[in-house]
Design a protein around this ligand. Structure first.
Ligand code: GUN
Ligand code: ZN
Length: 434
Protein backbone atom coordinates (compact mmCIF):
# COMPACT_ATOMS: atom_id res chain seq x y z
CA UNK A 1 0.00 0.00 0.00
CA UNK A 2 1.20 3.47 -0.86
CA UNK A 3 1.62 5.76 2.13
CA UNK A 4 0.20 9.17 1.23
CA UNK A 5 0.83 12.31 3.27
CA UNK A 6 -0.57 15.77 2.63
CA UNK A 7 0.78 19.13 3.82
CA UNK A 8 -0.98 22.45 3.27
CA UNK A 9 0.32 26.00 3.64
CA UNK A 10 2.24 28.70 1.79
CA UNK A 11 4.65 26.77 -0.43
CA UNK A 12 7.93 28.25 -1.67
CA UNK A 13 10.48 26.45 -3.82
CA UNK A 14 13.30 27.73 -6.02
CA UNK A 15 13.81 26.65 -9.63
CA UNK A 16 17.12 28.39 -10.30
CA UNK A 17 19.53 30.84 -8.70
CA UNK A 18 17.82 34.24 -8.44
CA UNK A 19 19.47 36.86 -10.64
CA UNK A 20 18.84 39.47 -7.92
CA UNK A 21 16.11 40.96 -5.76
CA UNK A 22 12.72 40.79 -7.42
CA UNK A 23 13.53 37.82 -9.65
CA UNK A 24 10.15 36.18 -9.30
CA UNK A 25 10.89 33.77 -12.17
CA UNK A 26 13.45 32.02 -9.96
CA UNK A 27 10.87 30.53 -7.63
CA UNK A 28 7.39 29.14 -7.38
CA UNK A 29 5.23 30.49 -4.57
CA UNK A 30 1.75 29.18 -3.86
CA UNK A 31 -0.23 31.21 -1.33
CA UNK A 32 -2.52 28.31 -0.37
CA UNK A 33 -0.69 25.24 -1.57
CA UNK A 34 -0.98 21.52 -1.08
CA UNK A 35 1.88 19.05 -1.27
CA UNK A 36 1.15 15.36 -1.66
CA UNK A 37 3.82 12.79 -0.90
CA UNK A 38 3.72 9.07 -1.67
CA UNK A 39 6.10 6.77 0.14
CA UNK A 40 8.21 9.74 1.13
CA UNK A 41 8.58 11.30 -2.29
CA UNK A 42 6.72 14.35 -3.58
CA UNK A 43 3.90 13.23 -5.87
CA UNK A 44 2.22 16.58 -6.56
CA UNK A 45 2.48 20.26 -5.62
CA UNK A 46 -0.12 22.86 -6.49
CA UNK A 47 -2.85 25.17 -5.30
CA UNK A 48 -5.01 23.55 -2.64
CA UNK A 49 -8.13 24.37 -4.65
CA UNK A 50 -6.82 22.33 -7.60
CA UNK A 51 -5.24 19.41 -5.77
CA UNK A 52 -7.62 18.78 -2.89
CA UNK A 53 -9.72 16.56 -5.17
CA UNK A 54 -6.79 14.18 -5.62
CA UNK A 55 -6.55 13.46 -1.90
CA UNK A 56 -7.27 9.79 -1.24
CA UNK A 57 -10.08 9.19 1.24
CA UNK A 58 -8.95 9.11 4.85
CA UNK A 59 -5.70 11.05 4.38
CA UNK A 60 -5.46 13.79 6.99
CA UNK A 61 -4.04 17.11 5.81
CA UNK A 62 -1.39 18.72 8.02
CA UNK A 63 -2.42 22.36 7.71
CA UNK A 64 0.03 25.12 8.62
CA UNK A 65 -1.92 28.32 8.01
CA UNK A 66 0.29 31.44 7.71
CA UNK A 67 3.48 29.39 7.82
CA UNK A 68 5.94 29.25 4.94
CA UNK A 69 6.84 25.75 3.80
CA UNK A 70 10.13 25.21 1.98
CA UNK A 71 12.35 22.29 1.10
CA UNK A 72 14.34 21.28 4.19
CA UNK A 73 17.60 23.14 4.65
CA UNK A 74 20.86 21.53 3.57
CA UNK A 75 24.02 22.10 5.61
CA UNK A 76 27.10 21.40 3.49
CA UNK A 77 29.80 21.43 6.21
CA UNK A 78 29.38 20.45 9.86
CA UNK A 79 31.31 18.39 12.42
CA UNK A 80 29.44 15.70 14.34
CA UNK A 81 32.04 15.47 17.14
CA UNK A 82 31.96 19.22 17.80
CA UNK A 83 28.49 19.52 19.34
CA UNK A 84 30.30 20.10 22.65
CA UNK A 85 33.08 22.23 21.16
CA UNK A 86 30.70 24.95 19.92
CA UNK A 87 31.14 28.19 21.91
CA UNK A 88 34.74 27.56 23.04
CA UNK A 89 36.46 30.78 23.98
CA UNK A 90 39.32 32.79 22.66
CA UNK A 91 41.35 30.86 20.11
CA UNK A 92 42.22 30.96 16.42
CA UNK A 93 42.18 27.95 14.18
CA UNK A 94 45.31 25.97 15.07
CA UNK A 95 45.09 26.69 18.82
CA UNK A 96 41.37 26.08 18.73
CA UNK A 97 41.95 22.64 17.22
CA UNK A 98 44.62 21.76 19.77
CA UNK A 99 42.97 23.22 22.85
CA UNK A 100 39.33 22.28 22.34
CA UNK A 101 38.67 20.14 19.32
CA UNK A 102 41.27 17.37 19.48
CA UNK A 103 40.60 16.59 23.16
CA UNK A 104 36.85 16.42 22.52
CA UNK A 105 37.14 14.29 19.40
CA UNK A 106 39.08 11.68 21.43
CA UNK A 107 35.90 10.95 23.38
CA UNK A 108 34.44 9.45 20.20
CA UNK A 109 36.63 6.39 20.65
CA UNK A 110 33.70 5.28 22.84
CA UNK A 111 30.90 4.07 20.51
CA UNK A 112 28.28 4.85 23.16
CA UNK A 113 29.42 8.44 23.35
CA UNK A 114 29.33 8.57 19.55
CA UNK A 115 25.82 7.10 19.43
CA UNK A 116 24.46 9.49 22.05
CA UNK A 117 25.91 12.47 20.25
CA UNK A 118 24.76 11.28 16.84
CA UNK A 119 21.22 11.23 18.24
CA UNK A 120 21.56 14.72 19.62
CA UNK A 121 23.16 15.93 16.39
CA UNK A 122 20.36 14.67 14.19
CA UNK A 123 17.63 15.96 16.50
CA UNK A 124 19.31 19.36 16.62
CA UNK A 125 19.53 19.48 12.83
CA UNK A 126 15.80 18.70 12.62
CA UNK A 127 14.97 21.33 15.27
CA UNK A 128 16.69 23.80 12.96
CA UNK A 129 14.91 22.63 9.84
CA UNK A 130 17.97 20.97 8.35
CA UNK A 131 17.14 17.65 6.71
CA UNK A 132 20.44 16.81 5.00
CA UNK A 133 23.95 17.54 6.23
CA UNK A 134 27.45 16.89 4.96
CA UNK A 135 29.24 15.90 8.14
CA UNK A 136 32.74 15.17 9.36
CA UNK A 137 32.97 12.34 11.86
CA UNK A 138 35.95 11.88 14.13
CA UNK A 139 38.84 9.63 13.11
CA UNK A 140 36.87 6.71 14.57
CA UNK A 141 34.70 4.80 12.08
CA UNK A 142 32.12 4.27 14.86
CA UNK A 143 31.29 8.00 14.80
CA UNK A 144 30.18 7.77 11.18
CA UNK A 145 28.45 4.42 11.76
CA UNK A 146 26.43 6.07 14.52
CA UNK A 147 25.39 9.00 12.36
CA UNK A 148 24.39 6.89 9.36
CA UNK A 149 22.47 4.47 11.59
CA UNK A 150 20.50 7.33 13.21
CA UNK A 151 19.83 8.96 9.84
CA UNK A 152 18.62 5.68 8.41
CA UNK A 153 16.27 5.21 11.35
CA UNK A 154 14.83 8.69 10.75
CA UNK A 155 14.58 8.16 6.99
CA UNK A 156 16.92 11.09 6.34
CA UNK A 157 19.83 11.23 3.91
CA UNK A 158 23.23 12.25 5.24
CA UNK A 159 26.63 12.57 3.61
CA UNK A 160 29.46 11.80 6.02
CA UNK A 161 32.96 10.48 6.36
CA UNK A 162 35.46 9.47 9.00
CA UNK A 163 38.26 11.99 9.32
CA UNK A 164 41.63 10.85 7.99
CA UNK A 165 44.62 12.22 9.98
CA UNK A 166 48.06 10.66 10.12
CA UNK A 167 50.20 13.48 11.49
CA UNK A 168 50.20 16.67 13.56
CA UNK A 169 47.44 15.43 15.86
CA UNK A 170 47.42 13.48 19.16
CA UNK A 171 48.32 9.80 18.76
CA UNK A 172 44.83 8.82 19.94
CA UNK A 173 43.38 10.69 16.96
CA UNK A 174 45.60 9.50 14.17
CA UNK A 175 45.20 6.63 11.76
CA UNK A 176 47.82 5.92 9.09
CA UNK A 177 47.71 6.16 5.32
CA UNK A 178 46.90 2.45 5.10
CA UNK A 179 44.47 2.28 8.00
CA UNK A 180 42.64 5.45 6.99
CA UNK A 181 42.25 4.00 3.51
CA UNK A 182 40.98 0.61 4.73
CA UNK A 183 38.56 2.08 7.29
CA UNK A 184 37.19 4.56 4.77
CA UNK A 185 36.80 1.84 2.18
CA UNK A 186 34.92 -0.40 4.61
CA UNK A 187 32.54 2.48 5.43
CA UNK A 188 32.02 3.20 1.73
CA UNK A 189 31.16 -0.45 1.11
CA UNK A 190 28.74 -0.52 4.01
CA UNK A 191 27.05 2.85 3.68
CA UNK A 192 27.60 4.60 0.36
CA UNK A 193 24.35 4.30 -1.57
CA UNK A 194 22.63 2.31 1.18
CA UNK A 195 19.18 3.90 1.11
CA UNK A 196 19.73 7.64 1.29
CA UNK A 197 23.23 7.60 2.82
CA UNK A 198 26.31 8.78 0.90
CA UNK A 199 29.99 8.74 1.80
CA UNK A 200 32.48 11.61 1.74
CA UNK A 201 36.21 10.80 1.80
CA UNK A 202 37.44 13.13 4.55
CA UNK A 203 41.13 14.02 4.88
CA UNK A 204 40.78 16.72 7.58
CA UNK A 205 43.17 19.19 5.91
CA UNK A 206 46.66 19.22 4.43
CA UNK A 207 48.34 19.83 7.80
CA UNK A 208 47.12 16.57 9.34
CA UNK A 209 47.72 14.28 6.35
CA UNK A 210 51.03 13.01 4.94
CA UNK A 211 51.54 12.81 1.21
CA UNK A 212 50.89 9.07 1.48
CA UNK A 213 47.51 9.71 3.07
CA UNK A 214 46.46 12.30 0.47
CA UNK A 215 47.51 9.76 -2.13
CA UNK A 216 45.26 7.19 -0.44
CA UNK A 217 42.35 9.68 -0.41
CA UNK A 218 42.85 10.17 -4.17
CA UNK A 219 42.83 6.39 -4.66
CA UNK A 220 39.50 6.11 -2.80
CA UNK A 221 37.98 8.72 -5.13
CA UNK A 222 39.28 6.94 -8.22
CA UNK A 223 38.04 3.57 -7.01
CA UNK A 224 34.55 4.80 -6.13
CA UNK A 225 33.41 7.15 -8.86
CA UNK A 226 30.53 8.81 -7.05
CA UNK A 227 31.70 9.34 -3.47
CA UNK A 228 32.22 12.90 -2.25
CA UNK A 229 35.37 14.50 -0.91
CA UNK A 230 35.38 17.04 1.91
CA UNK A 231 38.25 18.92 3.47
CA UNK A 232 39.33 22.39 4.62
CA UNK A 233 41.14 24.91 2.41
CA UNK A 234 42.67 28.32 3.02
CA UNK A 235 40.91 29.27 6.23
CA UNK A 236 43.57 31.05 8.24
CA UNK A 237 46.96 32.72 7.63
CA UNK A 238 48.92 30.54 10.05
CA UNK A 239 47.40 27.42 8.53
CA UNK A 240 48.39 28.53 5.02
CA UNK A 241 51.98 29.24 6.12
CA UNK A 242 52.18 25.78 7.72
CA UNK A 243 50.91 24.12 4.54
CA UNK A 244 53.60 25.95 2.55
CA UNK A 245 56.25 24.59 4.91
CA UNK A 246 54.89 21.04 4.79
CA UNK A 247 54.47 20.93 1.00
CA UNK A 248 57.33 23.03 -0.43
CA UNK A 249 56.90 21.54 -3.90
CA UNK A 250 53.26 22.60 -4.24
CA UNK A 251 52.48 25.89 -5.98
CA UNK A 252 49.91 26.84 -3.37
CA UNK A 253 47.44 25.29 -0.89
CA UNK A 254 44.92 24.32 -3.59
CA UNK A 255 47.71 22.68 -5.57
CA UNK A 256 48.43 20.35 -2.62
CA UNK A 257 44.98 18.80 -3.07
CA UNK A 258 45.16 19.06 -6.86
CA UNK A 259 48.34 16.97 -6.97
CA UNK A 260 46.54 14.05 -5.38
CA UNK A 261 43.47 14.23 -7.61
CA UNK A 262 41.21 15.64 -4.90
CA UNK A 263 39.61 18.46 -6.93
CA UNK A 264 36.38 17.88 -8.84
CA UNK A 265 32.63 18.42 -8.97
CA UNK A 266 31.96 16.24 -5.90
CA UNK A 267 34.69 17.90 -3.84
CA UNK A 268 33.70 20.34 -1.06
CA UNK A 269 36.32 22.73 0.28
CA UNK A 270 35.42 24.41 3.56
CA UNK A 271 36.26 28.12 3.95
CA UNK A 272 38.28 29.17 0.81
CA UNK A 273 38.89 32.61 2.29
CA UNK A 274 42.41 33.56 1.21
CA UNK A 275 42.70 32.08 -2.29
CA UNK A 276 44.90 33.52 -5.04
CA UNK A 277 43.56 34.18 -8.53
CA UNK A 278 45.30 31.02 -9.73
CA UNK A 279 43.69 28.91 -7.00
CA UNK A 280 40.23 30.23 -7.80
CA UNK A 281 40.83 29.47 -11.47
CA UNK A 282 41.76 25.84 -10.62
CA UNK A 283 38.71 25.41 -8.40
CA UNK A 284 36.54 26.79 -11.20
CA UNK A 285 38.10 24.62 -13.90
CA UNK A 286 37.73 21.48 -11.83
CA UNK A 287 34.10 22.20 -10.87
CA UNK A 288 35.02 22.09 -7.15
CA UNK A 289 32.79 23.68 -4.52
CA UNK A 290 33.86 26.45 -2.12
CA UNK A 291 31.86 26.22 1.12
CA UNK A 292 31.06 29.52 2.85
CA UNK A 293 30.95 29.12 6.66
CA UNK A 294 30.24 32.63 7.93
CA UNK A 295 29.60 32.08 11.65
CA UNK A 296 32.78 30.03 11.90
CA UNK A 297 34.88 32.48 9.93
CA UNK A 298 33.80 35.31 12.23
CA UNK A 299 33.99 33.31 15.46
CA UNK A 300 37.47 31.86 14.86
CA UNK A 301 38.51 35.19 13.34
CA UNK A 302 39.63 33.64 10.06
CA UNK A 303 38.56 36.28 7.55
CA UNK A 304 35.86 37.34 5.13
CA UNK A 305 34.65 35.07 2.32
CA UNK A 306 34.85 36.87 -1.03
CA UNK A 307 31.75 35.68 -2.87
CA UNK A 308 32.05 38.20 -5.71
CA UNK A 309 35.60 37.13 -6.46
CA UNK A 310 34.75 33.43 -6.38
CA UNK A 311 31.78 34.00 -8.68
CA UNK A 312 33.66 36.09 -11.23
CA UNK A 313 31.89 35.20 -14.50
CA UNK A 314 35.03 34.31 -16.46
CA UNK A 315 35.95 31.60 -13.90
CA UNK A 316 32.99 31.02 -11.59
CA UNK A 317 33.58 28.78 -8.59
CA UNK A 318 30.55 26.82 -7.36
CA UNK A 319 29.57 27.99 -3.87
CA UNK A 320 27.65 26.38 -1.00
CA UNK A 321 26.64 27.63 2.46
CA UNK A 322 27.23 25.85 5.78
CA UNK A 323 27.25 26.19 9.55
CA UNK A 324 30.62 24.54 10.33
CA UNK A 325 29.53 23.75 13.90
CA UNK A 326 31.54 23.74 16.21
CA UNK A 327 33.85 26.40 14.74
CA UNK A 328 30.52 27.82 13.67
CA UNK A 329 28.24 29.11 16.39
CA UNK A 330 24.79 28.00 15.30
CA UNK A 331 23.07 24.92 13.91
CA UNK A 332 20.56 27.24 12.26
CA UNK A 333 20.89 27.85 8.54
CA UNK A 334 18.75 30.98 9.07
CA UNK A 335 21.33 32.38 11.47
CA UNK A 336 24.05 31.29 9.08
CA UNK A 337 22.41 33.20 6.24
CA UNK A 338 22.14 36.27 8.48
CA UNK A 339 25.87 36.12 9.22
CA UNK A 340 26.63 35.51 5.54
CA UNK A 341 24.78 38.72 4.78
CA UNK A 342 26.90 40.61 7.34
CA UNK A 343 30.20 39.16 6.10
CA UNK A 344 29.30 40.20 2.56
CA UNK A 345 28.25 43.66 3.78
CA UNK A 346 31.77 44.12 5.17
CA UNK A 347 33.10 43.26 1.71
CA UNK A 348 30.69 45.72 0.07
CA UNK A 349 28.74 42.81 -1.37
CA UNK A 350 25.24 41.60 -0.64
CA UNK A 351 23.04 38.57 -0.20
CA UNK A 352 19.43 39.19 -1.18
CA UNK A 353 16.87 37.12 0.74
CA UNK A 354 15.93 35.20 -2.40
CA UNK A 355 19.56 34.23 -2.98
CA UNK A 356 19.96 33.16 0.65
CA UNK A 357 16.87 30.93 0.69
CA UNK A 358 17.78 29.48 -2.69
CA UNK A 359 21.27 28.69 -1.38
CA UNK A 360 20.00 26.99 1.78
CA UNK A 361 17.74 24.72 -0.31
CA UNK A 362 18.13 24.23 -4.08
CA UNK A 363 21.53 25.91 -4.31
CA UNK A 364 23.17 23.65 -1.74
CA UNK A 365 21.50 20.63 -3.37
CA UNK A 366 22.96 21.70 -6.72
CA UNK A 367 26.40 22.09 -5.12
CA UNK A 368 26.07 18.43 -4.12
CA UNK A 369 24.76 17.44 -7.56
CA UNK A 370 21.60 16.30 -5.80
CA UNK A 371 18.95 18.69 -7.12
CA UNK A 372 17.09 15.69 -8.53
CA UNK A 373 16.72 14.33 -4.96
CA UNK A 374 16.42 17.20 -2.51
CA UNK A 375 16.23 20.99 -2.26
CA UNK A 376 13.15 21.53 -4.41
CA UNK A 377 9.43 20.89 -4.04
CA UNK A 378 8.98 19.07 -7.30
CA UNK A 379 7.54 15.64 -8.06
CA UNK A 380 10.09 12.87 -7.54
CA UNK A 381 12.12 14.65 -4.85
CA UNK A 382 12.07 13.51 -1.25
CA UNK A 383 9.39 15.23 0.81
CA UNK A 384 11.93 16.75 3.21
CA UNK A 385 10.44 20.07 4.30
CA UNK A 386 10.71 22.87 6.81
CA UNK A 387 7.73 24.85 8.10
CA UNK A 388 8.72 28.37 9.10
CA UNK A 389 6.80 30.81 11.27
CA UNK A 390 7.74 34.39 10.36
CA UNK A 391 6.08 35.60 13.59
CA UNK A 392 7.86 33.15 15.89
CA UNK A 393 9.18 35.71 18.38
CA UNK A 394 7.77 38.95 19.74
CA UNK A 395 10.35 40.95 17.79
CA UNK A 396 9.54 39.11 14.57
CA UNK A 397 5.81 39.52 15.06
CA UNK A 398 6.28 43.22 15.78
CA UNK A 399 8.47 43.72 12.71
CA UNK A 400 6.08 41.72 10.51
CA UNK A 401 3.32 44.24 11.31
CA UNK A 402 4.98 46.57 8.80
CA UNK A 403 5.10 44.01 6.01
CA UNK A 404 2.13 44.13 3.65
CA UNK A 405 2.43 40.88 1.73
CA UNK A 406 5.96 41.38 0.43
CA UNK A 407 7.47 37.88 0.29
CA UNK A 408 11.08 39.01 -0.05
CA UNK A 409 10.82 41.31 2.93
CA UNK A 410 9.28 38.51 4.97
CA UNK A 411 12.12 36.18 3.98
CA UNK A 412 14.70 38.78 4.94
CA UNK A 413 13.10 39.17 8.36
CA UNK A 414 13.05 35.40 8.75
CA UNK A 415 16.74 35.04 7.97
CA UNK A 416 17.81 38.06 9.99
CA UNK A 417 15.78 37.39 13.14
CA UNK A 418 14.95 33.72 12.82
CA UNK A 419 16.54 30.61 14.28
CA UNK A 420 15.22 27.30 15.63
CA UNK A 421 12.32 29.18 17.25
CA UNK A 422 11.01 29.92 13.76
CA UNK A 423 10.92 26.24 12.83
CA UNK A 424 7.40 25.02 13.50
CA UNK A 425 7.84 21.59 12.01
CA UNK A 426 10.35 19.59 10.01
CA UNK A 427 9.30 16.75 7.71
CA UNK A 428 11.52 13.96 6.51
CA UNK A 429 10.01 11.79 3.77
CA UNK A 430 6.68 13.48 4.44
CA UNK A 431 6.67 12.56 8.14
CA UNK A 432 6.99 15.04 11.00
CA UNK A 433 10.21 14.56 12.96
CA UNK A 434 9.74 17.15 15.74
N1 GUN B 1 40.55 22.88 9.78
C1 GUN B 1 40.90 21.61 10.11
N2 GUN B 1 40.02 21.06 10.96
C2 GUN B 1 39.08 22.00 11.19
C3 GUN B 1 37.90 22.01 11.99
O1 GUN B 1 37.55 21.05 12.67
N3 GUN B 1 37.18 23.16 11.95
C4 GUN B 1 37.54 24.23 11.20
N4 GUN B 1 36.79 25.32 11.20
N5 GUN B 1 38.66 24.25 10.46
C5 GUN B 1 39.42 23.13 10.44
ZN1 ZN C 1 35.08 22.44 9.35
Amino acid sequence: MVETTAIRGRLLSFRQAPAGPGDSASYRYIEDGLLLAEDGRIAAVGPHAELAGRLPAGVAVAHHPDALILPGFIDTHIHLPQTQVIASYGARLLDWLETYTFPEEQRYADPEHAARNARFFLEELFRNGTTTAVAYGSVHPASVEALFAEAERAGAGMIAGKVMMDRNAPAALTDSAGRGYEESKALIRRWHGRGRQRYAVTPRFAITSTEAQLEAAGALLREHGDVFLQTHLSENAEEIATVRRLFPAARDYTDVYDRYGLLGPRSLFGHCIHLSEEEQRRLSESGSVAVFCPTSNLFIGSGLFDLASLRRPERPVRVALATDVGGGTSFSMLRTAAEAYKVLQLGRQNLPALAAFDLMTRGNAAALGMEGEIGMMEPGRWADLVVLDPRATAAMEHRMETVAGDLEEELFILMTLGDDRAVRQTYVRGRPVL
